[in-house]
Design a protein around this ligand. Structure first.
Ligand code: FAD
Length: 368
């Protein structure tokens, strides 16, 4: 509307349905897609974003004998060796990426770099056979003068780029509340009425309320649910005080308190909860996002895909065909990731990874 942004057009990627949403203010907080969304507004942005690929590998805890994590200095940055449950996470790389933003792919070179760097300080070197999982992500960094992404600012930038449009990008996961408050503050001139000061610093995370009391009661509560205390603690670590909501799903179904076959760190009820309460709609949502099965087991979720699909299908009403499709799509994704991780460089890895079908094929198509 004139030079004012007064809403967005959105599409439901599950149904294809499109609709318009009117708004006093629109926040562009789309990470590595910030520039693309900015272009849709027709105006120029105040800053640009550069995608930096970060790859991690996961190895079993017993492969590195250490009581604590490690920080290694590298030529351009640092590499962390982080204890995580029964694993170590090793990472990360930091290289520019200008290929498929939705599916960043790890290469053979990324994995070799991580292994070589960590092996330089280990008495017993790691090799390919030790790797349980590999994952790649893209950091939305503010584009700067330097070519080396490591040196680009990790601070966030926020700007009211046009009346009704605020953009925020850069920053860190750990500063998300400051980022959110700054973005909303920047949108205040476009909002009608008086806007109260942000209270984000007083809002606990979901499941935080009552968490510490539950930790003290873990043994008692575990025996009440006939679970081993370590199982109950695992659930507490994942869900906090929302654990009661998770366990309520198993009140009449004791079978849901059995481990997921081939991924026994998780209980079957966690899969059901992901579909019924956490918005998981596709197999990959559970295997790669709500749980980390795809990086915690060398089979990367292949061995439990069919069982997990059965559990999800019960909640989501999948037909036999839909269930079959989900499993095939997940297996194709894992195969494509494995293929890409054998390739020497980004463009070959990207071609392999992009070959797999996406359960949400309309995700990247522009809304009409
Ligand atoms: C390998 C790696 C390691 C990292 N390590 C750390 C760390 O140790 N500590 C730390 O603090 N930070 C770390 N980060 C950085 C941190 O993850 C990011 O800075 C943070 O996620 C940025 O948040 P954001 O909300 O701006 O963007 P994102 O988290 O990228 O979120 C943007 C969202 O917008 C959605 N989106 C995009 N386009 C559209 C659209 N058209 N419609 C609807 N939705 C859309 C995307 O799906 C995405 O969910 C790391 C990042 C990577 C990749």
């Amino acid at each position: 509307e004139a030079d004012r942004i007064c809403g967005v057009r959105v599409r439901d990627c599950e149904t294809g349905e499109e609709t318009g949403v009117e708004a006093h203010a629109v926040l562009n907080c789309t990470g590595v897609w910030t520039d693309e969304i900015q272009r849709l507004s027709g105006g120029r942005g105040r800053f640009r974003i550069r995608a930096s690929k970060g790859v991690h590998i996961v190895v079993p805890r017993d492969r590195i004998v250490s009581e604590s994590g490690l920080i290694l200095r590298t030529a351009t940055s640092v590499l962390f060796v982080i204890p995580w449950r029964s694993h170590w996470i090793l990472g990360t790389t930091d290289t520019g990426w200008n290929l498929d933003l939705a599916h960043p792919a790890a290469t053979r070179a990324d994995i070799d770099y991580l292994l070589d760097t960590v092996n330089s300080v280990l008495a017993t070197p790691l090799n390919d056979a030790d790797i349980e999982g590999v994952y790649a992500g893209l950091r939305p960094l503010l584009a700067g003068e330097s070519e080396e992404t490591s040196r680009l600012s990790r601070e966030h930038a926020v700007a009211r780029v046009a009346p009704g449009l605020v953009a925020i990008a850069g920053g860190k996961y750990t500063t998300y509340r400051v980022m959110a408050a700054d973005a909303v503050d920047a949108a205040v001139p476009d909002l009608p009425g008086r806007v109260a000061r942000s209270i984000t610093d007083k809002v606990p995370l979901l499941g935080a309320d009552g968490y510490h009391a539950l930790v003290n009661q873990a043994e008692t509560l575990a025996s009440r649910h006939r679970l081993h205390p370590y199982r109950f603690r695992h659930l507490l670590d994942r869900y906090g005080s929302v654990v009661h909501q998770v366990l309520a799903l198993a009140a009449d179904r004791r079978d849901l308190l059995a481990p997921v076959r081939e991924a026994p760190d998780y209980l079957r009820v966690e899969v059901v909860y992901a579909a019924s309460h956490e918005g998981a709609l596709h197999l990959e949502d559970v295997l790669t996002r709500r749980t980390r099965i795809s990086i915690e087991y060398p089979h990367r979720g292949e061995a439990c895909a069919a069982d997990v699909a059965d559990l999800m299908g019960e909640v989501l009403g999948w037909t036999a065909d839909a269930r079959h499709r989900e499993v095939q799509m997940y297996l194709a994704r894992v195969a494509a990731e494995r293929d890409s991780q054998r390739e020497p460089d980004d463009s070959a890895a990207d071609a392999r990874r992009s070959a797999a079908p996406d359960p949400r094929p309309q995700l990247l198509a522009p809304v009409s």
